[in-house]
Design a protein around this ligand. Structure first.
Ligand code: NDP
Ligand code: AKG
Length: 409
């Protein structure tokens, strides 16, 4: 099943509960615009290289479209469309005034120099600058991109349109970025992990965790949950994972990963595979890397009682059905990782007001939105007797559907 078929299946599960008409389903799931561009340029060695870039704008009923930009070899139109639709429901679940979009370039950034990545990024902006902008569609970081990428996007966009830092979020703090955006997705994941454990009558203190992915989201989730008293026993990146029954020293691991480029070969830990990490004997499993990692084949091996989807689309519908049958609670991506886009919204607001918020203000507002959104989804799940994922889609689709009908077409 493709990424988009999987996202569509989840959409339909909620649409069935809501009794949504076929016409409305078609309207809400058809993207507004799909842009696919050629990015051709001369590389450092003088050779010509050609890449394909995508920006898919899914829905704008609730405001300008919003979503990250992914640099990864597996990026294709199907995956970007799935991720764009998730953004539509995600911004609605946390009730921020945006629609949904996503973009990406099919590239392995680790194989290119910084100068090359910069030129590729600028060339991509040359191709899409007329369809993005602070009132149209606002990119942000995702896998393989970071605040430096966003700085290049802003600078290139401004060459066409003049000063406009709100055209992109996740920028460096020194260049119109918001304090707290870099940690935001991981912090939001930590907040909902704590909330879900509380509902399970468990405390985050002493709870055992396995985290797949130690990039922006995984490493901040690990750091913040470690500070909250959780015991992180397993962590991985694309090279493999590490395990320590007594809990991993996360501050020391952050240093080790930044020095060596990987979590592997860390003190007092045994090396494990990513497959072993997903099946680790822990209370909480946090996938924070690629999509589609929890499948029909490995779902039965998952021993965690709670899965918090920090990654987008990590669970296939077949795996989701196994988790429901096995009473494993799943906090879905469109709720669990919404902290990133929430603080992107705060950055956009600050840029437009030319007024900077304190970090404490950002964190307080983020925590409030994540907690209230979790409570709301939990309530719908109880009232309708459906899993949290379906409840989150019911909330998101309901808000987008009402905005669409009120505005008219
Ligand atoms: N950044 C954000 O604000 C948001 C991100 N997300 C989602 O979170 C997830 C992670 O994004 P982000 O942290 O930004 O990305 P990063 O690029 O910062 O980090 C990705 C991490 O995943 C690891 N990884 C890559 N491939 C594999 C693999 N095959 N098996 C195990 N680990 C792998 C990478 O390993 P290595 O370091 O070795 O390359 C790295 O540790 C994505 O699904 C993204 O869509 C969701 C909401 C917002
Ligand atoms: O911060 C943003 O605007 C979007 C982040 C993102 O791509 C996501 O939530 O998946």
């Amino acid at each position: 099943m493709s990424s988009n078929e999987s996202a569509q299946r989840y959409f339909n599960q909620a649409a069935d509960i809501m009794g949504l008409s076929q016409n409305m389903r078609t309207l809400l799931s058809t993207p507004l615009r799909e842009v696919k561009v050629q990015i051709a340029l001369e590389m450092d060695d003088g050779q010509i290289a050609t890449f394909i870039g995508f920006r898919i704008q899914h829905d704008s009923a609730r405001g300008p479209m919003k979503g990250g930009l992914r640099y990864h070899p597996e990026v294709d139109a199907d995956e970007v469309l799935a991720l764009a639709s998730l953004m539509t429901w995600k911004t609605a679940v946390v009730n921020i005034p945006y629609g949904g979009a996503k973009g990406g370039i099919a590239i392995d950034p680790s194989k290119y120099s910084q100068r090359e990545i910069e030129r590729i990024t600028r060339k991509f902006v040359d191709e899409i600058h007329d369809v993005i902008g602070p009132d149209k569609d606002i990119p942000a970081p995702d896998m393989g991109t970071n605040s430096q990428t966003m700085a290049w996007i802003m600078n290139q966009y401004e060459k066409y349109h003049g000063f406009n830092p709100a055209c992109v979020t996740g920028k460096p703090v020194e260049l119109h970025g918001a304090d707290g955006r870099e940690e935001a997705t991981g912090r939001g994941v930590a907040v909902v992990t704590q909330a879900a454990l509380e509902r399970m009558k468990r405390s985050v203190t002493g709870a055992t965790l396995a985290i797949q992915g130690f990039g922006n989201v995984g490493s901040y989730a690990a750091r913040i949950l470690h500070e909250m008293g959780a015991k992180i026993v397993a962590v991985s990146d694309q090279h493999g994972g590490i395990y320590n029954d007594n809990g991993i020293d996360i501050p020391a691991l952050l240093k080790h990963a930044s020095q060596t480029g990987s979590v592997k070969e860390f003190q007092d830990c045994k090396n494990i595979s990513n497959a072993e990490l997903l099946a680790a004997n822990v209370d909480v499993l946090i996938p924070a890397a690629l999509g589609g990692v929890l499948t029909k084949e490995n779902a039965k091996d998952v021993r965690a009682k709670l899965i918090v989807e920090a990654a987008n689309n990590p669970t296939t519908p077949d795996a989701d059905a196994v988790f429901e049958k096995n009473n494993i609670l799943v906090v879905p991506d469109i709720l669990a990782n919404a902290g990133g886009v929430t603080v992107s919204y705060f950055e956009w607001v600050q840029n437009r007001q030319h007024f900077k918020w304190e970090l404490s203000e950002v964190r307080k507002r983020l925590e409030k939105i994540m907690t209230e959104s979790f409570d709301r989804v939990w309530k719908i799940s109880g009232e309708k007797n459906v899993p949290l994922r379906t409840a989150a889609y019911v909330l998101g689709i309901g808000r987008v559907g009402r905005a669409t009908v009120l505005a008219g077409i």
